[in-house]
Design a protein. Structure first.
Length: 384
């Protein structure tokens, strides 16, 4: 389905609409980092793996990063055998490792125990270790890979001991991976992390071929992109390492908006409430973070306060109190912004509500339907 009007809105809601121009703008900032630092770029498919978006993103990246066998399979089916494909996950299974070795160009083990148990199953793939530099950037411990007793990555001291004691590991190891940042626009935390790795591993880094710096970086301007370029370029040149970045949210997060419709509106104990045809079953991070989402129609000077509520039977299915220029009525559209990453991939059909359709808005404003669902998908999920 193509909606060609330049002011087009999805014919039915809920609908997740991606702005192609915003995706290309974000990729241009990372291309600037790639150009000035010499780094290479992977798109982290866990943010949103839809094939139609992968087509838009493909020209701006050197490959992809995956977190599971299914993601790796999907990338190879959608993009072929040529692009680089890196994988790291705490959940590697022995039954899957041989196939992952055929699909991926690099696999970084999450622990030394995982590495020792599965390394013998890999022949031609580049082997890495995910490290934990011990520097926390994320304020919320739920999202901090460097939290105390973290399950993610090998502490640097443990890796040093292992490399000194295990010649087989030292011989096979070709790279390192870390992912410790979380929506960071300041290059300072990356600079500190690279300094910590250099200080700990020192000359051992010269025996490696590559380092994956993970994702979580969110440059918003050319100046911020250039600031990220400097420490990456310095580190790459100092140790003659191939450097990889793997943004996901930074590429598609701000580009995606969920268009919804008010299905009911009423007042309870003096509070105006509008029920939307979506909810936290489509936006799980609203419930995770307990933080109201951005609403396009919100009017800071509006005199009408309204609690936006989801369609499900969950009492806490709430999207926050927002201001509007006039009272909301059934049939009004409400647009929730900056939900292009980790929304649909975490969404469910709780209460039997369908998943949102997905559209791409081209630079000329036209809409193209990329994916829709229906009862057949729900039935397939639950019928024997």
């Amino acid at each position: 389905m193509m909606v060609s009007d330049s002011t087009a809105s999805p014919p039915e809601t809920p609908a997740l609409v991606y702005d192609e121009r915003l995706i290309l703008d974000r990729l241009a900032l990372f291309d600037r980092i790639r150009e000035f630092s010499g780094a290479r770029l992977l798109y982290s498919v866990k943010a949103m793996p839809l094939a139609g978006l992968l087509e838009v993103i493909a020209p701006g990246v050197d490959g992809y990063s995956a977190s599971s066998l299914f993601e790796a399979r999907l990338i190879r089916e959608a993009r072929g055998s040529e692009p680089a494909l890196h994988l790291t996950t705490p959940g590697l299974r022995e039954s899957e490792i041989a196939e992952l070795g055929r699909l991926c160009t690099a696999i970084s083990f999450n622990s030394l125990e995982q590495c020792r148990r599965l390394l013998s199953h890999l022949d031609d793939v580049a082997v890495g270790i995910r490290v934990n530099p011990g520097l926390s950037v994320a304020e919320d411990p739920r999202y901090d890979p460097c939290r105390p007793r973290s399950k993610l990555g090998v502490p640097l001291r443990e890796l040093i001991r292992a490399l000194d004691q295990d010649r087989r590991l030292a011989r096979r190891l070709s790279g390192l991976h870390f992912h410790t940042h979380f929506r960071v626009s300041d290059a300072g935390p990356l600079r500190n992390t690279l300094d910590a790795i250099e200080s700990s591993l020192g000359e051992r880094l010269r025996h490696l071929r590559w380092i994956n710096l993970g994702g979580g970086y969110r440059p918003r301007s050319p100046i911020e992109a250039d600031a990220f370029s400097e420490p990456v370029h310095r580190f790459r040149k100092r140790f003659d390492l191939e450097c990889w970045l793997e943004p996901g949210h930074a590429v598609v997060g701000e580009a995606g908006s969920l268009v919804t419709t008010v299905t009911d509106a009423f007042t309870r104990e003096g509070q105006a409430i509008a029920i939307l045809d979506t909810g936290v079953h489509h936006l799980p991070e609203v419930f995770e973070y307990q933080r109201p989402p951005r609403v396009r129609e919100h009017d800071a000077d509006g005199e009408y306060l309204c609690l936006l509520a989801g369609a499900s039977c969950l009492a806490g299915d709430l999207l926050g109190i927002h201001r509007f220029a006039r009272p909301l009525r059934a049939g009004d559209r409400v647009t929730i912004e900056e939900v292009g990453a980790y929304a649909l991939v975490k969404a469910s059909r709780f209460n039997g509500y369908d998943l949102p359709a997905v559209y791409l808005r081209a630079p000329d404003g036209s809409l193209r339907l990329m994916k829709s669902f229906g009862y057949a998908d729900y039935r397939r999920q639950w019928r024997v």
